[in-house]
Write a protein that binds this ligand. Structure first.
Ligand SMILES: Nc1ncnc2c1ncn2[C@@H]1O[C@H](COP(=O)(O)OP(=O)(O)O)[C@@H](O)[C@H]1O
Ligand SMILES: [Mg+2]
Length: 185
């Protein structure tokens, strides 16, 4: 029996919505974390590959580990510290000693398309990698080329992370994570 196929671009799913069961293909990676430290380490492995223009979207209920993962991303990227931005209430800026920047957007309080637009993601992306926590609240402002990470509480310290690459660049990032996980804990 022929069933509907997901095409190469996988464009059948609306932006930002994960299927309840992931399609485990070459664009998808499922990872079970057993501790906050492990979640942070996964972030660190990905963080080292991030460049300006890259967008990492984090989606998951409160307490699933989005901020923990974001902290690992920043550490792996090489952040010296993080500072709240005086110009953007919802954005933390991480800096490296060389002056380069990474942005951590917390979209929890965004509740209108206009507020999402006012963040001016394009401007941030030109300056550095952008991590968006509660990315589903940003709606269509989120670029199509992004690595989407869905986090779910399983039990106690167990979390299920599903990475989905939505374009060629995020596919590269996904491959970097996949490679770094071989034999890693
Ligand atoms: N495997 C895990 N990965 C991440 N956090 C975990 C894990 N197990 C337990 N935790 C705990 O869950 C909480 C996650 O908090 P946080 O990262 O702020 O989540 P979020 O930003 O999604 O609300 C922390 O208290 C952390 O210690
Ligand atoms: Mg958080």
């Amino acid at each position: 029996m022929e069933v509907a196929r997901v095409g190469a671009g996988g464009r059948f799913r609306p932006a930002g919505i994960m299927p309840s069961m992931p399609i485990l293909d070459e664009r998808t990676l499922e990872f079970f974390s057993r501790s906050p430290e492990q979640t942070r380490r996964v972030g660190m492995r990905l963080g080292g590959s991030l460049q300006p223009g890259d967008v990492i979207c984090l989606q998951g209920e409160l307490g699933t580990g989005k901020t923990t993962l974001a902290q690992g991303l920043a550490e792996g990227w090489g952040a010296a510290d993080d500072v709240s931005s005086p110009t953007f209430v919802l954005v933390n800026i991480y800096r490296r000693p060389d002056g380069s920047e990474m942005f951590h957007v917390d979209a929890y309080r965004i509740d209108s398309p206009r507020e999402a637009e006012e963040l001016d993601l394009d401007a941030l992306m030109e300056r550095g990698p952008v991590i968006i926590e509660w990315a589903e609240r940003m709606g269509s402002v989120v670029p199509a080329e992004r690595l989407w990470i869905n986090l779910e509480h399983v039990e106690d310290e167990h979390r299920r992370l599903v990475f989905r690459a939505d374009g060629p660049r995020s596919k590269e990032l996904l491959e970097a994570v996949r490679a770094s996980m071989v034999g890693a804990r």
